[in-house]
Design a protein around this ligand. Structure first.
Ligand code: F6R
Length: 605
C-alpha cells in the first residue's frame, strides 16, 4: 500500500506535499516522510507515525519548488523512522509504493559493489540501483529505466536527484496519477490527493514512465518509446474531500448516502419508459452469457453477495460469488460464455485486479463496478460502470457499499431488459422502488441520536453475533465487519438458520445478538431464532421494518427502519448498523477514519 505524492513547479513544494499527503493517509499511516529540493540540495525528513507528526518534526528548512512525500503501510521492515520513505543513495531520492520482490538478491549484489543499507525495506535498493547505473556512465533518466528493468514486482515511483530540477514517475501494478497544473506537475497515488490543486489528470498505465521538468512532460514506455495518454478532467471538488463539520469522514460518508445514491441513479433510469441504461456501458451479445461471476474483497464482496440474490431471483441466471484472493489461485471454471463482474471502490485492490487478469486469460467478459475513474480496473476491464459515491476517505467503506449495491440493482434491471426476461411494468415498478431509497435512508439516518444511546449501552461488550437471512445475510456480514474494523470488538455474522449448528453455544448474557430481520418471508423464522436466543439469556438487538410486536417482549432493543422492496432491503438495513459501529468506536475513542493495521486500498497481496 502506501501513498506517494510529488510536486514540481513555481511555488513552495512543502505545503502542497504535506497537505496532499494528509489526504493519502488512508492508504497507510505508520510512518511518513518528505524530501524537498532546493537549488542542488535535497532536504529529507522522516518520522514514525502519522503525517501530522511529520509536520511537527519539520520546523525549519524545506523550502524549494520540487519534492516528494510518502505515507507508509509497512510490508518490509517494522514501522520506524529508518524504514520510512523517502530512501536515498547519495544525491538520488526515491518514494515507492509496491513491493520489490527480488530485493534480497539485488541487495546482495549492491553490497558486493560496496553499498551500505540503512533500512530493512525492499525500496532502499532502488536509489542504490539508480546510483550504480549512473556510476557506470548512464544519465539520470536512463539509469532509472535500467533500474526498473532490474526489479521484479510492483511499483509506483517518484524519483528526484540533487543536480537537476527533474521529477521522474513510473508505474507498474500500483496506482499513480499525474496532475497537470499551470506550469507545474503533481504526482499522487490517487486523484483525491490532488483535489483543489488541479482537475486535469493523466492516468499512467503499467510500464509508463514520465519525466517532468521546466520544459514540460515526456511520457514513454520502459523502452523509452513515446506514449500518448489522454488528459482527463475530473470535477471532484475540494469540499468533497473535507469533513464538512463532521467529526470523522466515516460519519460524513454515512450521512452522504442519500446524495451518493441519487447521484448514482441520475441519468441512468427512465421511469416513464421503464428503461435503465448506462452511458458508459455496452454489453455486446448479452445473451451469450450463461453464467455470471462476481468477485471482490471485503465490503465489496458483501455487495457481490447481495448482487447474486438480485440477479438469480429476478433473471434466473446463475451467479457465482468469490473472494478475489481465493478466486485468483483456484483455477476457476471460467469460460468465454461467462461474465466476470469485479466490484471495487478503489479499482486498485491487488487481488481483485489479479482476478480480472485471470478472467481475461480464460476469455471471460470482464466488467468493473468501480468508484474511481481512471483506476486500473476501470481502465483494464472490457466494460465499466461507475458508482458516483464521490471520494471515500474513511477507511471503513460505507457510501461505496450502498452505491455498489445500487449499481448492481440497476445492472440487474438493465440486463433484464436486454435479455427480455423483465417486462417494462416490472422494471418501471422496480425503478420506482429504488428512487425512494434516498428518502428511506434519510429516515434511517434520523435515528442517529437513538443509536448514540444504544452505543453507550452496548460498548461494554467484547463480542457480538450478527444474524440475517437471504439477501440480509450479507447485510449482517457487513454490519459485523464495520464493528470489528473500527471498534476492534469481535463480531461474527452467520446466516440466522446456521445459529443452531454451532454459534448458539456461544450465547449467554454477555453475547449481544444483532438480528437483521425485515418483515418478509423470513420473518417468522427469525422470530423462532429470537426465542432460541432469549432462552439462553442472550441480549437481543432487533433491526426491523416491522413494529416487531411478536418479538417486542423478547427484544432488548428495537431499531426501526423503513420497509422496501426485497432486493433493496440491504440498502436501508445496513445504515443503522454502520451508525451503531461508528458510535461504539467513537465512544471507545478509536481512530475511526484510520483504524489500526488497515489501509483503504490494499494494493499488495
Ligand atoms: C471495509 C473495507 C474493505 C474494502 C476492501 C476492498 O470497510 O473498506 O474491506 O472493501 O479492501 O476494497 P475495494 O473496494 O477498494 O476493492
Amino acid at each position: 500500500m502506501c501513498g506517494i505524492v510529488g510536486y514540481l513547479g513555481n511555488v513552495e513544494a512543502y505545503p502542497i506535499l504535506i497537505d496532499s499527503l494528509k489526504k493519502l493517509e488512508y492508504r497507510g499511516y505508520d510512518s511518513a516522510g518528505i524530501a524537498v529540493w532546493c537549488q542542488g540540495k535535497i532536504e529529507v525528513a522522516r518520522h514514525k507515525g502519522k503525517v501530522d507528526e511529520l509536520r511537527g518534526a519539520c520546523k525549519n528548512g524545506f523550502e524549494g519548488k520540487m519534492g516528494l512525500a510518502h505515507t507508509r503501510w509497512a510490508t518490509h521492515g517494522i514501522p520506524s523512522e529508518r524504514n520510512a520513505h523517502p530512501h536515498r543513495s547519495q544525491d538520488v531520492v526515491v518514494v515507492h509504493n509496491g513491493i520489490v520482490e527480488n530485493y534480497m538478491e539485488l541487495k546482495e549484489k549492491l553490497r558486493a559493489e560496496g553499498d551500505t543499507f540503512l533500512s530493512d525495506t525492499d525500496t532502499e535498493v532502488i536509489p542504490h540501483l539508480i546510483k550504480s547505473h549512473m556510476n557506470k556512465g548512464e544519465d539520470f533518466v536512463t539509469a532509472v529505466r535500467s533500474s526498473i528493468d532490474d526489479i521484479a514486482g510492483s511499483f509506483a515511483l517518484g524519483i528526484i536527484r540533487e543536480e537537476e530540477k527533474t521529477l521522474i514517475a513510473a508505474k507498474k501494478e500500483s496506482p499513480l496519477v499525474i496532475g497537470i497544473g499551470d506550469g507545474e506537475y503533481f504526482i499522487a497515488s490517487d486523484v483525491p490527493a490532488l483535489i483543489g490543486l488541479t482537475n486535469r489528470f493523466i492516468f499512467l498505465e503499467d510500464g509508463d514512465m514520465a519525466v517532468m521538468n521546466e520544459d514540460g512532460i515526456h511520457l514513454t514506455d520502459l523502452e523509452g518509446k513515446g506514449v500518448d495518454r489522454p488528459v482527463q478532467v475530473i470535477n471532484w471538488t475540494a469540499a468533497m474531500a473535507e469533513k464538512g463539520g463532521y467529526k470523522h469522514f466515516m460519519l460524513k460518508e454515512i450521512f452522504e448516502q442519500p446524495r451518493a445514491i441519487s447521484d448514482t441513479l441520475i441519468g441512468r433510469i427512465r421511469e416513464e419508459s421503464g428503461r435503465v441504461d448506462f452511458e458508459e456501458l455496452e454489453l455486446p451479445g448479452i445473451s451469450r452469457f450463461k453464467r455470471i461471476w462476481m468477485v471482490a474483497c471485503g465490503t465489496s464482496y458483501h455487495a457481490c453477495l447481495i448482487g447474486k440474490h438480485m440477479i438469480e431471483r429476478n433473471l434466473r441466471l446463475p451467479v457465482e460469488v468469490d473472494i478475489a484472493s481465493e478466486f485468483r489461485y483456484r483455477d476457476p471454471l471460467l469460460t468465454t460464455s461467462d461474465m466476470l463482474i469485479l466490484v471495487s471502490q478503489s479499482g486498485e485492490t491487488a487481488d481483485t485486479i489479479a482476478a480480472m487478469k485471470e478472467g481475461k486469460r480464460k476469455g471471460a467478459y470482464t466488467l468493473a463496478v468501480c468508484n474511481v475513474v481512471g483506476s486500473t480496473l476501470a481502465r483494464e476491464c472490457d466494460g465499466v460502470v461507475f458508482t458516483h459515491a464521490g471520494p471515500e476517505i474513511g477507511v471503513a467503506s460505507t457510501k461505496a457499499f450502498t452505491t455498489q449495491v445500487s449499481v448492481l440493482y440497476l445492472l440487474m434491471l438493465h440486463m433484464g431488459q436486454m435479455l427480455e426476461v423483465l417486462d417494462q411494468d416490472t422494471i418501471r415498478q422496480k425503478i420506482g422502488e429504488i428512487k425512494k431509497i434516498p428518502r428511506k435512508i434519510q429516515l434511517a439516518l434520523e435515528e442517529n441520536e437513538n443509536i448514540v444511546e444504544l452505543a453507550r449501552r452496548y460498548m461494554k461488550y467484547r463480542n457480538f453475533l450478527y444474524l440475517g437471512r437471504g439477501i440480509n445475510f450479507p447485510t449482517a456480514l457487513e454490519g459485523a465487519l464495520k464493528l470489528k474494523e473500527i471498534s476492534y470488538i469481535h463480531a461474527e455474522a452467520y446466516a440466522a438458520g446456521e445459529m443452531k449448528h454451532g454459534p448458539i453455544a456461544l450465547i449467554d448474557e454477555n453475547m449481544p445478538v444483532v438480528f437483521v430481520s425485515p418483515h418478509d418471508q423470513t420473518y417468522q423464522k427469525t422470530c423462532s431464532n429470537v426465542q432460541e436466543v432469549v432462552s439462553r439469556r442472550g441480549n437481543i438487538l432487533l433491526c426491523t421494518d416491522h413494529d416487531g410486536h411478536e418479538m417486542r417482549e423478547a427484544t432488548d432493543t428495537l431499531l426501526h427502519v423503513p420497509g422496501t422492496d426485497y432486493d433493496l432491503q440491504p440498502l436501508v438495513f445496513v445504515v443503522p448498523l454502520q451508525m451503531f459501529a461508528y458510535h461504539i468506536a467513537n465512544l471507545l475513542g478509536t481512530d475511526v477514519d484510520q483504524p489500526r493495521n488497515l489501509a483503504k486500498s490494499v494494493t499488495v497481496e
